[in-house]
Design a protein. Sequence first.
Length: 161
Amino acid sequence: MPESQGGLTRTAADLHRGMKAAADAVGILLVDGFHYLALFAIGATTVWSALAAFFSMLATRRAELSDILLLFIYLEIGAMVGIYFKTTSLPVRYLIYIAITALGRVLIEIGGAEHKTGEDLLIVAGAILVLSFAVLVLRFASHNDDPSDTPIHGRQLDRTC
């Protein structure tokens, strides 16, 4: 009787490992499928929005600096999506670059509005300075710490900075 219990235990353990492997494979497939679907949606929306902004500039026969910065934001989002497709890592610095560019647009709008105070300009400029410092810290940290040495779920970590 103890022999049959040992065989049953091994069979149950083998069955458990097989179920776990199948569940992991299905989970990875679903997560990757969601990532690709979301990236295609983000990429398509970015292209659509950039084209709409560009054609709006053509229709008005005028492009202001804030409009050009908006096109740069779309370009940075597209680059970020492209990098994720190629490397499967999301570069955090690109998000900060997008935020800096967006704040630059706000700064231009504040400077163009007569009812805004100098305090508003200082707040936005300070936010840009803080974000620029964050990029510096991320770049410094990414050169001193190599996270690709640590495996997670059988995959190597990608550099995200």
